[in-house]
Design a protein around this ligand. Structure first.
Ligand SMILES: Cc1c2[nH]c(c1CCC(=O)O)Cc1[nH]c(c(CCC(=O)O)c1C)Cc1[nH]c(c(CCC(=O)O)c1C)Cc1[nH]c(c(C)c1CCC(=O)O)C2
Length: 380
């Protein structure tokens, strides 16, 4: 008996009959499989969002979660950057990591100035009883799957579609804090006060994350990324004890379920932001986590990271998001500086920022950044 339960998904039997448009650009999939590509494929975390006027126009009339939950809107927002920037090599589904706490039964609001707010955070182990015992991802998150299928059609093979989820520790932090935090007093408090219950919570979240990713693949996602945005807040010991094992569990469960469902494997990326200690990076080796690609934030040098991460693993990243405030010359100079570092690091490379694109970036500067990556990432 396997430790994993395959989720019940509406298209578990029918996905095989769907014929997707032929891929015109699969560079990112090739890099994610470890192939050396003629230039680095490029996409940008949070590429569909607040810096785009066409996004703001849609958001004027619809709340954030309404956008996530309405497949037509989510597909439209996902396609906006692809329509605007023909130099993008991947799309990422418009959604949010906080749909998983919602699926577990928690209320999540997106407040204009504060960001996410969870009005009733988990403050003690007894609060775990408030979470749904079993989560039917098809029922709770079927809208994500519908958005994925619609988007894949709308992409018409232009670029691959990435599905994603938040990592369990990052989601636990939101669920225990009730929103963003500077001190992480409640979530880290949990880890020290109630390590056993913390693991229970993290693994409960991990199961839903894995089911969500499996559903996304069956619906048409071609690559997956797990966002552990708050991994760097943990001590290396807690990262190894709580955060990383849950990400590894997700990787194993997703691949197991895809096999059981007769679906081909897909490349998986782990973005553990802020993880810089040599000991922690050494734990991210391919043979230890099973992820194909590791996302680097901009606090790491690609060559140094490669030494610690070992071979057989692709790197993603890691331009400073502030590069986009650097003007045309500044952008070009920095892209020209960073590309050789990735070439020296070797093996597969997917160019990206080291964290999400920030508000107030001028859309034309994003376009120039993409042009520069196309030019300077060419292999000699
Ligand atoms: C931590 C985290 C969240 N969400 C996400 C993360 C992990 C990545 C990271 O560390 O940045 C991931 C995410 N959020 C969103 C996407 C969509 C796809 C993409 O364009 O990359 C993705 C991949 C849309 C979004 N998620 C959010 C917006 C802006 C909301 C709005 O329109 O008001 C978008 C486009 C809101 C959000 N959602 C979250 C926060 C903290 C906020 C508020 C601050 C902010 O705006 O970035 C939680």
């Amino acid at each position: 008996m396997s430790e994993f339960t395959v989720p019940t998904l509406a298209n578990a039997a029918t996905w095989k009959d769907v014929q997707w448009p032929e891929m015109k650009n699969d560079l990112v999939l090739r890099a994610a499989r470890g192939e050396e590509t003629p230039r680095a494929p490029v996409w940008v975390m949070r590429q569909a969002g607040r810096y785009l006027p066409e996004f703001l126009a849609v958001r004027k009339d619809h709340s954030f979660f309404e956008c996530c939950q309405t497949p037509e809107l989510a597909a439209k927002l996902t396609l906006q950057p692809i329509d605007r920037y023909p130099l993008l090599d991947a799309s990422i589904i418009f959604c949010d990591i906080l749909v998983v706490p919602q699926a577990l039964g928690m209320e999540v609001l997106m407040e204009p100035t504060k960001g996410p707010v969870l009005p009733e955070p988990l403050r003690k182990p007894e609060d775990l009883a408030r979470l749904r015992e079993v989560v039917d991802v098809q029922k709770e998150l079927g809208y994500v799957f519908d958005a994925i299928s619609l988007t894949r059609k709308g992409l018409d093979g232009r670029v691959p579609l990435i599905g994603f989820c938040g990592a369990p520790w990052t989601l636990m932090a939101y669920m225990c804090e009730g929103g963003g935090s500077k001190t992480f007093e409640n979530s880290k408090g949990w880890l020290y006060k109630w390590p056993v219950e913390s693991k229970k919570l993290i693994m409960k979240v991990a199961d839903v994350c894995a089911d969500l990713l499996v559903g996304q693949v069956l619906a048409g996602a071609q690559m997956l990324q797990v966002f552990d945005s708050w991994a760097g807040e943990l001590t290396p010991h807690h990262f190894a004890e709580f955060a990383l094992p849950a990400c590894v569990y997700i990787q194993k469960k997703v691949r197991h379920c895809l096999r059981e469902l007769g679906h081909a494997d897909v490349p998986m990326t782990l973005f553990a932001k802020g993880v810089h200690s040599p000991a922690s990076l050494a734990l991210l080796k391919k043979e230890l986590t099973g992820y194909d690609t590791i996302g680097l934030d901009c606090g790491l040098d690609p060559v140094e990271a490669r030494q610690l991460l070992g071979s057989g693993l692709n790197l993603q990243g890691n331009f400073d998001p502030a590069i986009l405030y650097g003007g045309r010359e500044g952008i070009e100079r920095e892209v020209a500086r960073v590309c050789p570092r990735f070439h020296e690091a070797g093996e597969g490379w997917i160019a990206n920022l080291g964290h999400g694109i920030t508000p107030n970036v001028k859309p034309e500067d994003m376009g120039w950044f993409l042009e520069c990556v196309h030019k300077y990432s060419k292999r000699a």
